[in-house]
Design a protein around this ligand. Structure first.
Ligand code: HEM
Length: 156
């Protein structure tokens, strides 16, 4: 896209600055996660590099960038992939807190920022799989989500 005569529209991925922007977003987000006493223990790997790579590839693909995520991981099935983790409202809110700080660091134009944030907010709400408080153990989330709930389940 140089002179405006190309008929293909610019993807959101391109509009916000492409790969570099997603690297900055995910780096800033994981800086927050690294110091979070609820979220950090959920991440199975000692080093967050793999998790960072997966989230970055996913977001790039979602917004119209390279499809590396699909090549490496197949269908996202994000709800299913989060089932082993205890994603309760507290975890969601902490996730969103670090993501909000990361989005702010990008300094995007307001419309782009709103588009990105709206998606992240909805996706985070959809990822909640338990209303049990934190501290039950790493595998409780998956089981609690599929067994009889002790508290009323709310729709995503
Ligand atoms: C709501 C709170 C959330 C929590 C506590 C959470 C936690 C986690 C954890 C512990 C992992 C495993 C890390 C790894 O890949 O090694 C993970 C993976 C992942 N998460 Fe989340 N997550 C949340 C929300 C989200 C949202 C909203 C998105 C998308 C917008 C997302 C996208 C991903 C992706 C793409 C992966 C890697 C999936 C794969 O294995 O290919 N997560 N998440």
């Amino acid at each position: 896209m140089t002179d405006g005569t190309d008929a293909s529209p610019l993807s959101f991925y391109d509009e916000v600055g492409g790969h570099e922007t997603f690297v900055r977003l995910v780096d800033a987000f994981y800086r927050g996660v690294a110091d979070d006493e609820v979220l950090r223990p959920m991440y199975p790997e000692q080093d967050l590099t793999g998790a960072k790579h997966r989230l970055e590839m996913f977001l790039e693909q979602y917004w119209g960038g390279p499809t590396t995520y699909g090549q490496e991981r197949g269908h996202p099935r994000l709800r299913m992939r989060h089932a082993p983790f205890h994603v309760n409202p507290e975890a969601r809110d902490r996730w969103l807190l670090h993501m909000r700080a990361a989005v702010d660091e990008l300094g995007l134009p307001p419309l782009h920022e709103a588009t990105l944030w709206d998606y992240l907010l909805r996706a985070a709400h959809a990822m909640v799989n338990t209303f049990e408080p934190t501290g039950i153990g790493p595998s409780a989330g998956g089981r609690a989500a599929s067994s009889l709930p002790l508290t009323p389940q709310q729709p995503d």
